[in-house]
Design a protein around this ligand. Structure first.
Ligand SMILES: [Zn+2]
Length: 219
């Protein structure tokens, strides 16, 4: 099978959170595939009392802001209306807060994650998960979403985490959400998800809370 020739991945910074006295960025990722534009995670679009201590500073996930990406990697414009599919790596509040912007469009999430988000206390902001019109496609395990683009369960940070694996013709590129929150977690992997990602021998891994992609160290 030939890998699609041109899949591009664009990080879009949508918020900053305050954790342990430091500002932590929140990124979502736009994957432009020849067959569809896919958005991985949706960040957050408004403050909420439940997370006020994280002092979120929001960068609205709007068309204008997509066009003024803070971290432009490609020159092609990206707009919300053009998003065909949404993937949630998981449903913690900083990854699903913009789901309401995509009411009616399919949002792919692991079934286990959806169950946990709807049933566990203090797991997320539930009204953001089930915002009006939001329609989930529950996924059980691996799924080839598009040619060369598949969803892979990667538990650890939470049970229902999934990552997006993009075949590029060479080593794969991974959009990893919070499979690792910081680089050290991939340098020395521990969780099932981290080990699975490393076993893919990826060229690089985009994470939600790091500015740059993680790359394996070369000796
Ligand atoms: Zn996160």
């Amino acid at each position: 099978m030939n890998a699609p020739a041109s899949i591009t991945i664009t990080p879009v910074r949508v918020a900053d959170l305050l954790t342990e006295g430091e500002r932590m960025p929140v990124y979502v990722h736009v994957i432009d595939h020849p067959d569809a534009r896919v958005l991985v995670d949706t960040g957050m679009t408004e403050p909420h009392p439940a997370v006020a201590d994280l002092d979120p500073r929001l960068i609205p996930l709007s068309k204008q802001d997509f066009d003024l990406r803070l971290v432009p990697l490609t020159e092609q414009p990206v707009d919300l209306a053009g998003v065909d599919l949404v993937v949630n790596t998981h449903l913690h509040f900083d990854h699903c807060g913009g789901n309401h912007l995509f009411a009616g469009r399919p949002i792919h999430v692991q079934r286990r994650e959806l169950d946990d988000a709807r049933s566990e206390d203090d797991y997320t902001i539930r009204e953001w998960v089930d915002a009006p019109g939001v329609r989930y496609v529950p996924v059980d395990g691996e799924l080839e979403l598009l040619p060369g683009l598949r969803l892979v369960p990667a538990p650890g940070h939470n049970r229902g985490m999934q990552v997006v694996v993009v075949e590029t013709g060479g080593r794969p590129v991974v959009v990893g959400g919070d499979v690792a929150v910081w680089f050290g977690e991939l340098d020395e992997p521990h969780s099932e998800g981290q080990l699975r990602v490393r076993a893919l021998d990826p060229e690089l891994v985009w994470l939600a809370h790091e500015h740059e992609p993680w790359r394996p160290r070369t000796l």
